[in-house]
Design a protein around this ligand. Structure first.
Ligand SMILES: *[C@@H]1O[C@H](CO)[C@@H](O)[C@H](O)[C@H]1NC(C)=O
Ligand SMILES: *[C@@H]1O[C@H](CO)[C@@H](O)[C@H](O)[C@H]1NC(C)=O
Length: 305
């Protein structure tokens, strides 16, 4: 397992263990004890039962449900590739390998702005309490249905919610049907919990090519990448691969890069140390930040109900 995969594994394991607890403060006090509903799973909605015939949210391998608006003829045929491998052909426009950006990708911002992936998690409420500006959260569907109260807190505070797939898979390794399932189930989770259809998605690990984009576009969705990687998840590896002060000194460099600080920063709200770093970074940058939709002058959601 590589380091990032190991971090994701610990996020999911932490969530599985937190899920089983009725209460209990961790050393960081990040789980609000006044809200035991934090561990209530989002109910499976009637409209989704009517559409799928299913009765429960799927596991990390969600079933593909055919959708009438998806045209397989319009899916680009870039070859499948495993995590950590690169396509020899640069025309596939991979961001993870070649930092390639397509015409409709959002990847930067006129103001230096934070973004948070992998939540909602038991660590997220602490971040929400500390932030004094609106930011962007790219959520994992499995976590949305596991922590619906946290998701709704993010929404109520005025933050923008985007999609980070159903179960954090490396999308270029999946079949077309599996990629569709990763999108459709996380859209349904967000709609069941927040009554909206997301416009913006961030591909896990930045794993994207023109095949993934051609599927997402059929949902009306656009990819969001980043200028700067905080590598905050390395704080959680054992032993840590990165220190807080290394991260903060990078942020200072990004701030002073031009007379007007600009760009999107990749961070995570899945674990206590990444959340603590996010709070410190928000103090360094200050509240003059934008959501991804504001960065590009776009809409927040395709539709709200
Ligand atoms: C955050 O967004 C909400 C909803 O759009 C808005 O009411 C609020 O003023 C914003 N907060 C800040 C700090 O900009
Ligand atoms: C979204 O949720 C509403 C109910 O709030 C439902 O009527 C609608 O079919 C859902 N749409 C999708 C695409 O999930």
């Amino acid at each position: 397992m590589n380091q990032k995969a190991q971090y994701i594994f610990s996020v999911l394991t932490l969530m599985a263990s937190a899920f089983g607890e009725s209460s209990g403060e961790n050393s960081d006090g990040v789980v609000p004890l006044d809200s035991p509903e934090i561990f209530k799973t989002q109910p499976f909605p009637d409209w989704l039962h009517a559409f799928t015939g299913l009765n429960a949210w799927p596991d990390e391998n969600p079933p593909y449900i055919p959708l009438e608006f998806i045209d397989f003829e319009n899916i680009v045929s870039d070859p499948r590739r495993e995590f950590g491998t690169c396509p020899p052909d640069r025309s596939t426009c991979s961001f993870d390998c070649y930092k390639c950006i397509s015409y409709d990708d959002a990847y930067t911002c006129p103001k230096l702005s934070q973004t948070f992936d992998d939540g909602p998690s038991p660590s997220t409420p602490k971040l929400l309490k500390a932030l004094t500006h609106n930011t962007t959260f790219f959520t994992v569907g499995l976590n949305v249905v596991k922590y619906p109260e946290v998701y709704q807190q993010i929404q109520q505070k005025g933050h923008l919610l985007g999609l980070h797939t159903w179960s954090h898979k490396f999308l270029p390794s999946l079949s077309n049907e599996e990629i569709i399932a990763q999108f459709q189930w996380s859209i349904w989770a967000m709609n069941a919990t927040g009554s909206h259809l997301p416009k913006w998605y961030r591909p896990p690990y930045g794993g994207i090519d023109n095949r993934v984009r051609s599927i997402a576009r059929q949902f009306g969705m656009q990819a969001v990448l980043w200028d700067y990687d905080s590598f905050d998840w390395k704080l959680e590896s054992v032993p840590p691969q990165r220190t807080e002060s290394e991260i903060y000194s990078d942020v200072q460099k990004w701030r002073h890069k031009t007379w007007s600080p600009a760009g999107l920063i990749l961070e995570h709200d899945g674990m206590p140390k990444t959340v603590n770093a996010g709070i410190e970074i928000s103090k360094i940058i200050g509240p003059d930040q934008l959501t991804v939709a504001q960065c590009v002058g776009g809409i927040d959601y395709i539709r709200t109900f």
